[in-house]
Design a binder for this molecule. Sequence first.
Ligand code: PEP
Length: 252
Amino acid sequence: MSRVPMVAGNWKMNGSLASSCDLLEKIEEQSDSIKGVDIAVFAPYIYLPAVCEKLKSSSIITGAQNLCKYDSGAYTGEVSASMLQDFSVDAVILGHSERRHVFGESSADVAEKVKIAVAAEITPVFCVGEKLEERERGKTEAVILEQMNAVIDLCGVEIFSKVIVAYEPVWAIGTGITATPEQAQEVHAYIRGLIAEQNSSIAADLRLLYGGSVKPDNAKGLFSMNDIDGGLIGGASLKAEDFISICKSAID
Ligand code: PEP
């Protein structure tokens, strides 16, 4: 088993063109010297052409934060996988809790998006995670199972050889409350086990990221757990210094 860790920055709807380019330059300056971890940035759509251009000859992975489940047509405001392909976008975040809970995306919608992304050779970073009240009612595993099964039922378990999963407990996103390494490891092991029930070699290779208030001072503890292969980072990815420090935590 040799899973290359990944640290991915989800910039969400933050910054300007100038601040995004500045952030990228600072990350790029240092990223070349960091070996053994895949570094990715997920930029707002409107800045993707500039980000892709800047990263043309860089090893940093470029990602979008969503895509449309349809390929083209009367879908005002949407962006398709083939449009992302025009800019050689490598990856896409799908099923982020803000998409699920603020914009009402269902597990079925997200599963269709995963399918379309993989068909377009854009790697999905597929997010799953429970809300606080679901955790408190002992429903964490049931919620994750429903979100995972939506993809397995539509696409088959084999699709997980081309998907990265991010476990992001909703109660930890942007709240400053981080899951303990043990809490995160428990859910990561559960997710890997679910895949292993159907295909042990896909499960062994599946990269599982943790997301939810990862900061320079807690990253190492989380990333050192057996089934945690890096992180999806929101707030701390907007500060180059913090983001780079988190990237280094994945390999130290
Ligand atoms: C996220 O939105 O994916 C995230 C993990 O955010 P934060 O790190 O700010 O909690």
